[in-house]
Design a protein around this ligand. Sequence first.
Ligand SMILES: [Zn+2]
Length: 149
Amino acid sequence: MLGYDASYQNDYSDNDLLSTAKSGSLTLLTADEELYRTATFRGIQSFLVRGKTEPERLAELAERYKLRLEIDTSKSRCPTCGSAIKETPKEDLEKMIPPATFKVYKTFWVCTNPSCAKIYWQGSHWKKIEQTLQTAKKILDLKSNPPSS
Ligand SMILES: [Zn+2]
């Protein structure tokens, strides 16, 4: 959603993760210290995520990789497949959206990958996403500007 190319696999073995990261020149993000050490030993870019909460983890990544913690929907990618998403007039989607959703929301995005083509809107989960980002930003601010005593 933040516009960074990311893939999440929780059914891969450590070896799958390591070979995927290596062959795609990807950075492996993991909370598994042993996996992190193995990756580093094999020359694979890796980052050990230590945060206990989602905002803490996000703040760590934002600090390490200078990520913007802002959602710019023109840069967002499909959370399902990683393709670009495109704002689409809701009238074009009427038959594909539940009527109540169609009535309540104004703006919709469609994944540009035809084999995915998922439709997104800023539904009830949106508030939680915004809160997570705000909390992550506060944590990041405190890291870069610790309060002076
Ligand atoms: Zn998609």
